[in-house]
Design a protein around this ligand. Structure first.
Ligand code: ADQ
Length: 442
């Protein structure tokens, strides 16, 4: 079997971590276990001088890593700038939040060419190369320009917008053309693939995107959730709830996740259905991400104020309806929290897939499962027919869905959960990776 070369901006071995952690590492676990793997990407370090083109090598858990540093100006132009202030909002359809700067676009192209040159120094002719996500769209073309003939695949983890929104990207056609360097182009959903294909057709580009929906490892998440019962954290949570129902939200602090709308939706529940007042607690776990981007700092300020207003309006001296944390929580603990929650509240304004929705389903107790309230704009929504689907832009619709979920009887909950559990098990991370690689190596 050919060696697998994974290329992603963040690598799980960055910044001296000794273990394979991070979403992509979990998703690629099986693929990595069964073949020789080299993982290439950014070291997580910013350096003051021009970074070296020769990658740092290290081996962790059977995987060979090759990482390169970025200069401070590359980091701010490429990563903070074009990736996270232009492409991230644009591809999520949030054109109003996107800021285009030509120098940052040029930095994006230049850094991708730099990645390609550094990667080429460690690449062997028979390697299968799999490039990940929006930071690295032009990397394949940059490799081809250096004469690389290997099989190269690309997977976009985030959505792709319809042509009329993509068109707002200045000189966007050049970015579209760079997709054509890949042998396989994967997107999360058929809608996303259709959007990109429409862009290809209009520009006369011969390339074809296909859907490869990503998933989780449901068995291991379910095991972690069951094992959490009786642990100290789980007991502390249980005692603090004093028998109240729990609504749980788990997201990176990101404006695509619909957090202000979700908080307003919860407030509307308490306002319009006062019978839930004092009977329900909403726990939102939202670790800060990308706080070097202005829009993310503004979102944090907005949420800080909103949480204060909602608790100020509805709290009693012995009860705060909304608990809000900016820290990351261990996967095992999180699994247990999901299992305890009567409602999993997942309301992104737009999301490639959304793995939290799948994790909530996997964590449930089959005998008394909770209800998933899910945005119709998450990639996960198309397969989750058992969820209560909402338009996340409408706090009243969220409130109605929460009321429905909190009142739902166990027969109904079981029936809905079974269809979702089957969907999560039918589309796992392992199936995703295998399907993509088989297609790429065919
Ligand atoms: P994300 O935008 O990060 O991923 P998501 O798919 O929900 O969103 O994955 C987040 C992961 O981080 C989950 O495994 C979750 O458990 C974990 N996580 C989130 N908050 C956490 C917390 N407070 N503590 C600990 N862990 C936490 C991007 C795209 C998605 C796409 C994935 C995978 O934006 O649309 O589904 O990649 O392709």
């Amino acid at each position: 079997m050919a060696r697998l070369v994974i290329v992603s901006n963040r690598v799980p071995a960055a910044r001296g971590r000794a273990q394979l952690a991070g979403g992509l590492a979990v998703a690629l676990k099986d693929a990595i276990a069964e073949r020789e793997t080299l993982w290439f990407g950014w070291s997580g370090r910013e350096v003051k001088t021009e970074p070296a083109e020769k990658p740092h090598a290290r081996k962790i858990g059977g995987v060979q890593f090759a990482t390169i540093d970025l200069s401070q100006s590359q980091y701010s132009g490429f990563y903070v700038g074009f990736c996270n202030t232009m492409l991230w909002p644009l591809l999520h359809g949030r054109v109003g939040q996107a800021v285009f700067r030509r120098d940052e676009r040029d930095s994006y192209i230049a850094v991708n060419a730099f990645y390609a040159r550094a990667l080429k120094t460690v690449l062997k002719p028979a390697d299968t190369v799999w490039v990940h996500d929006y930071q690295l769209i032009p990397c394949g073309l940059a490799l081809r320009d250096l004469g690389v003939k290997n099989r190269i695949g690309f997977f976009l983890h985030i959505p792709f917008p319809p042509p009329f929104l993509f068109d707002t990207l200045p000189q966007g056609e050049a970015l579209l053309r760079s997709f054509a360097a890949y042998d396989v182009i994967g997107l999360q959903t058929q809608d996303d693939a259709d959007h990109l294909n429409q862009c290809f057709v209009r520009a006369g580009i011969e390339a074809r995107a296909e859907a490869f929906p990503i998933g989780i490892d449901p068995e291991s998440f379910a095991r972690a959730a069951a094992k959490a019962e009786g642990t100290e954290d789980q007991t502390r949570l249980e005692e603090s709830l004093s028998g109240r129902a729990l609504i749980l939200g788990v997201d990176r602090l990101d404006y695509t996740k619909g957090l202000p709308e979700r908080f307003r939706g919860f407030a509307q529940l308490l306002r319009r259905y006062p019978e839930h007042l004092g009977q329900v607690t909403f726990l939102q776990i939202a670790p800060v991400s990308r706080d070097d981007v202005a829009q993310y700092r503004a979102l944090k300020r907005e949420l800080d104020a909103l949480v204060g207003r909602i608790n100020g309006e509805f709290a009693e001296f012995d009860y705060a309806p909304l608990r809000y944390l900016n820290t990351a929580i261990q996967r095992e603990t999180l699994a247990g929290f999901h299992r305890r929650a009567q409602v999993g509240l997942v309301t992104p304004l737009r999301d490639g897939m959304n793995l939290v929705a799948k994790e909530y389903v996997a964590a449930q107790d089959p005998e008394r499962p909770g209800v998933l309230v899910l945005s119709r704009f998450a990639g996960a929504a198309s397969a989750m027919t058992g969820a209560v689907l909402v338009n996340p832009f409408d706090p009243d619709e969220i409130a109605d869905a929460l009321d429905l979920a909190l009142r739902m009887d166990v027969t109904d909950r079981k029936a809905r959960w079974r269809t979702m559990d089957a969907a999560v098990k039918a589309s796992t991370a392992a199936i995703w990776a295998k399907g993509f690689l088989e297609r790429l190596e065919k």
